[in-house]
Every structure is written in structure tokens, then in C-alpha cells.
Design a protein around this ligand. Structure first.
Ligand code: ADP
Ligand code: MG
Length: 240
């Protein structure tokens, strides 16, 4: 589904991604872990062209993002992204937040978009909040709306950037459950997370990033129980 070849990203003189190579298969859940500042968010943002790529290739479902004439709007509708801070539109209801993209980008009628949005709200456990405004929701509910909003575009891949980091601890579980359900349905997912329990249970593969490179990758047992790279060992010893 995704191939990343020798991806480099600079911000001015600062080299943040120093040659990332990665393969993400269809239906796979890949969790990305690593210290703050190691380039995890920048990596995800490149996959969605929220950052321009300095050099290298990213191929998503056969389409090279670096080729001229790539349709950014179409790409973004295929690659959903959920952020740490939910970025909902405060002046729109939950339902309006979800139907906006399909109407604007996919040209759906309001009626059609609503018809598709309601089952998504059910999926994230918020069917009764359709006409509420984001201000009246908890952080966990907002994040579940943000997930439903991404799903409304019918993406091929979902990217999650620390989706539970800004939440009170008691609200984390519901969001992780929604993500688990998505994984079970076969959604291809790349998840930057500090939730090692989630990575172990739901991740098919774990990538450890440090200083802009992939230091180590493997299945969760390899990375969490038998990490080989000293940097991985040091990172895990600090957080586990
Ligand atoms: P992580 O998500 O792993 O914490 P980031 O990808 O956010 O790491 O950041 C990696 C590095 O890139 C950091 O040194 C950060 O300061 C820098 N960086 C991120 N975004 C920008 C930007 N827009 N302009 C300049 N530097 C940035
Ligand atoms: Mg980050």
C-alpha cells in the first residue's frame, strides 16, 4: 500500500528525516515509536503531503507522490489523518464537521453525505451527538468525531499522530477501542503512539525511529521483548 524510499526532509538547514525506507502492506497496522523530536510527525505529514519532500520517493497505492501533477486533494481523501489536537471546526455541529469533506471534495449532496455520516457516528459510538457542537464534547468524543470525519472520505490508509496524547487518561480507552475496531476491519493504519499496550496488541509491526532514521523494526514481540539496537533498548527502558 505504501512504499517509502530514501526519504529525506530538511527544514532549512535542519535535516529531520535522513533516509527513511519503509513498506506498509495492505491491511497492516504499523506503529511508529521513538523519542520526541525524532521525526515521527514529519514522517506522517510527508505521507499526506502536508510537508513537501526534500528527496526520495513515496508511493501510495501505485501513485508516486513526488511526480508532477499529483492531485493533492484526491491523495488527501485517500490518506486520512488524525492529529493529537482534533482540529474540528468549532462553529459546525458534529454532523456538519463530518459531511463537509465529502460535500466539498467529493461533490456529495448534503443528504447523501448525511446518510453516510450516520453509520460512521454509530461506529465511533456517538450517534446521539450528531447535532451537538464540539465545545460540548469531551476530548475523547472530539477525537472520535475526528476519526469519523476522516473515515467519511473513505480513505485507503489512516494515519494517526499520537491520537490519545492530549486526552485525560480515562478517555483514552474509548479512542483506542475505535482504532482497534478499525484495524479488525482491515484498515491499513500507521499509528504514531506512546501507547505501548496498543502497539503490542494491535500492531502487526513496530518501527522505532530515532534522529530521523528507522533504527529498528520488527513485530511487537521482537521490539518490546528482544530489542537489538541499544537505542531501542534505552528508549524502552525509559518508558516501560
Ligand atoms: P516527533 O514527532 O518525533 O516529536 P517532529 O517530526 O515533530 O518529531 O520533529 C522533528 C524535528 O523537526 C524537530 O527537531 C522539530 O523541531 C523539527 N521541526 C518539525 N517541524 C518543523 C517546522 N515546520 N519547521 C522547522 N523545524 C521543524
Ligand atoms: Mg510528533
Amino acid at each position: 500500500m505504501i512504499t517509502v524510499k530514501n526519504l529525506h526532509k530538511y527544514f532549512d538547514d535542519l535535516e529531520v528525516l535522513k533516509g527513511i525506507n519503509a513498506e506498509i502492506e495492505d491491511n497492516e497496522v504499523v506503529c511508529v515509536i521513538g523519542p520526541s523530536g525524532s521525526g515521527k510527525s514529519t514522517f506522517l505529514r510527508c505521507l499526506n503531503l502536508l510537508e513537501d519532500i526534500t528527496s526520495g520517493d513515496i508511493i501510495i497505492d501505485g501513485e508516486n507522490l513526488t511526480s508532477d501533477g499529483v492531485d493533492i486533494n484526491r491523495l488527501r481523501s485517500q490518506v486520512g489523518m488524525v492529529f493529537q489536537h482534533f482540529n474540528l471546526f468549532p462553529h459546525m455541529t458534529v454532523l456538519e464537521n463530518i459531511t463537509l469533506g465529502p460535500m466539498k471534495v467529493k461533490g456529495m449532496s448534503s443528504k447523501e453525505a448525511k446518510r453516510e455520516a450516520l453509520p460512521l457516528l454509530e461506529k465511533v459510538g456517538l450517534a446521539d451527538k450528531a447535532n451537538d457542537f464540539p465545545l460540548s464534547l469531551s476530548g475523547g468524543q472530539k477525537q472520535r468525531v475526528a476519526i469519523a470525519r476522516s473515515l467519511a472520505m473513505n480513505p485507503k490508509v489512516m494515519l494517526f499522530d499520537e491520537p490519545t496524547s492530549a486526552l485525560d487518561p480515562e478517555l483514552v480507552g474509548d479512542v483506542l477501542q475505535v482504532m482497534k475496531d478499525l484495524a479488525k476491519e482491515g484498515m491499513t493504519m500507521v499509528v504514531v503512539t506512546h501507547e505501548m499496550g496498543f502497539a503490542r496488541e494491535v500492531g502487526d509491526r513496530v518501527i522505532f525511529m530515532d534522529e530521523g532514521i528507522v533504527m529498528e523494526e520488527g513485530n511487537p514481540e521482537q521490539i518490546f521483548d528482544r530489542p537489538e539496537n541499544p537505542r531501542t533498548q534505552e528508549f524502552l527502558s525509559k518508558i516501560l
